[in-house]
Design a protein around this ligand. Structure first.
Ligand SMILES: [Zn+2]
Length: 103
């Protein structure tokens, strides 16, 4: 297997496919805490790092598997208790990250 990175080419139209014109087809994110779908506002993006840990993606542009949680103590608590963020990222979230998130 070649370790060469393949650049994925989006099909013509990308996200603006036939569905784009349908009302209500707004791109949403699901909070791993309350599971509510929402737009990007008010959400924190967490990405899985190459070393297997997780990090807060403050730019929202980091590549890799990402998950979203509301910037809300209740949602953070739910995500932590249910380990839904761990599951979403297929990794164990470090205690330090939770501490950082609940600031
Ligand atoms: Zn939430």
């Amino acid at each position: 297997m070649s370790p060469k990175q393949r650049h994925d080419i989006l099909p013509t139209g990308g996200e603006g496919g036939p569905d784009a014109k349908r009302p209500g087809r707004v791109r949403t994110r699901t909070c791993v805490g309350c599971r509510a779908e929402t737009n990007k506002r008010g959400l924190i993006r967490i990405v899985r790092r190459a070393d297997g840990g997780a990090a807060i993606d403050r730019t929202g542009r980091a590549s890799g598997r990402g998950a979203y949680v509301h910037d809300d103590p209740g949602c953070l608590e739910l995500a932590r208790k249910k380990r839904s963020l761990d599951r979403a990222l297929h990794t164990a979230i470090q205690a330090e990250l939770w501490a950082e998130l609940s600031h």
